[in-house]
Write a protein of this length. Structure first.
Length: 165
């Protein structure tokens, strides 16, 4: 069934519409379902963190269709592989995905996903721009930079007792 948070069924429904129009398109689900869904859907099953990166290199776009999300580590990982991002306007996603720059932010509906998938699939120049910007954005989200930013926040809290603005 549908994970009430991750929105997998919405992704499958949107992909189904795209696949009818563009039969050569494939969808890789990470982590996937144990059972086969469609011929054009490749399901990885559960993967270790390191193995997921290999699949990013095969892809053209990362689709995140969560209804709710904190700060998904999959997004900067996919960006480091040069993938543009399609994701909903929720939670920490909006901090890293900039609409029209390194990805497309969509409403939480199927048609928004369909439109974004088609725009990236058919728009080579646009896709290339998103890919370049994704790689650039990912450089801000290395573990060492995240650790440095976190340490700065902690130092500020310890010094002033307040979260930095």
């Amino acid at each position: 069934g549908e994970d009430p948070v991750k929105g997998i069924n919405r992704t499958l429904q949107a992909f189904g519409e795209i696949n009818r129009k563009y039969p050569n398109v494939k969808l890789i689900l990470i982590p996937g379902f144990p059972e086969k869904i469609y011929d054009s859907v490749i399901s990885t099953g559960n993967l270790f963190f390191e193995d997921a990166r290999d699949f990013y290199l095969l892809g053209d776009v990362l689709v995140n269709s969560s209804y709710y999300e904190g700060f998904p580590v999959t997004i900067p990982e996919a960006m480091a592989a040069g993938l543009p991002i399609i994701a909903p306007k929720v939670g920490g996603i909006t901090e890293i995905v900039k609409d029209g720059m390194n990805g497309i932010l969509v409403d939480k509906d199927c048609q928004g996903l369909v439109g974004a998938m088609e725009r990236i699939y058919t728009g080579n120049q646009f896709r290339m721009k998103l890919m370049r910007n994704s790689m650039e954005t990912s450089k801000e989200y290395t573990w060492s930079k995240i650790a440095a930013k976190t340490a700065k926040v902690y130092r500020e809290i310890l010094k002033t007792g307040n979260k930095p603005k």
